[in-house]
Design a protein. Structure first.
Length: 308
């Protein structure tokens, strides 16, 4: 799957991923009213509004981008109906030939990780039939439990030719409480990065590993150092835009071949119509605002990479 992601990045010239993280407050009122008119002010109505919001953004941006990253929590909050919207979103993105990175941040003891891996990346056997319940192409994984928590995911990746992005240095302000702690003279995130590189060496695509890392845009100097620790790992970079990351901060996340990283923006794109820069589009044309935000992000990152 990493080879397909790279192919899509080269084709679009856009090393970016749109985070489909739809809070109900992001959904314009006219979409909410339509869903509530059909299903009432229920969890089903909320999930339908989220789905319709997603669909319009996907339709407006799919030709510009290689991938999307739905954050499962934004769907889980609406219960079973929300998870149906998540599944529907993943399937629709695949119809549009997008790579789907499920931001699920799973990770547990071996048997539980195996079940998570089956549900999100692999398949389950039900009698004589086999099902791929969510069928994302990549998922995010928490490495806190160590190798036996990662191995079931890596095994499914090998079997299904899919991929992982493992949390190494996250973009949130308090990430350093644990991730920056020194162990044997090095921060914990560097030890995790070394393990990601080792796990990835056993799960290679043509030039990059199927196992990548999550490193936040809010720590560019750390990103620069970790790029050297994980030369064959793709880096998923959250924190662009709304969290403060800019293209010029991210150039060192990329290798000399111009590859090696994919930058995520979530509310900076899906809620672009609420920003002053895109207010001219209005809520009725929120998807057009998202498209323009994608175009601007591609230009920002592309210019920075070209100028380095």
């Amino acid at each position: 799957m990493i080879d397909r992601l790279i192919e899509k990045i080269k084709k679009t010239g856009a090393p970016i991923v749109v985070g489909l993280d739809p809070m109900l407050s992001y959904v314009p009122e006219y979409i909410q009213k339509k869903s509530f008119a059909e299903y009432g002010e229920t969890l089903e109505g909320a999930a339908d509004a989220v789905w319709n919001f997603n669909r319009e953004i996907i339709d407006a941006t799919y030709d510009l981008i290689p991938a999307v990253k739905p954050q499962v929590a934004m769907y889980e909050q609406f219960g079973v109906e929300g998870m149906r919207a998540f599944q529907r979103t993943v399937a629709y993105c695949h119809e549009k030939d997008l790579v789907v990175i499920g931001d699920v941040k799973r990770g547990d003891i071996g048997s539980t990780s195996a079940a998570y891996a089956a549900g999100h990346l692999g398949s389950v056997q039900v009698g004589s039939r086999t099902y791929a319940p969510f069928d994302e192409d990549f998922i995010t994984v928490n490495p806190y439990l160590g190798t036996d928590g990662i191995k079931p995911f890596a095994d499914v990746c090998k079997e299904k030719k899919k991929g992982l992005f493992i949390l190494v240095k996250t973009s949130n302000p308090s990430s350093g409480e644990f991730q920056d702690r020194l162990i044997d003279g090095k921060p914990l995130y560097e030890h995790v990065a070394e393990k990601v590189a080792a796990w990835g060496a056993d799960c290679m695509g043509d030039s990059y590993s199927q196992i990548g890392a999550v490193v936040g845009a809010t720590y560019p100097e750390i990103g620069k150092a970790l790029r050297k620790v994980m030369p064959k790992s793709f880096i998923l970079v959250p924190g662009y835009g709304a969290q403060g990351g800019k293209g010029k901060d991210l150039v060192h996340y990329f290798n000399e071949d111009g590859l090696g990283a994919i930058v995520n923006s979530s509310r900076g794109i899906i809620a672009a119509y609420r920003q002053d820069a895109y207010a001219r589009f209005g809520a009725e044309n929120f998807a057009d605002a998202s498209r323009q935000a994608v175009i601007d992000m591609i230009e920002d990152i592309g210019s920075a990479i070209a100028a380095r």
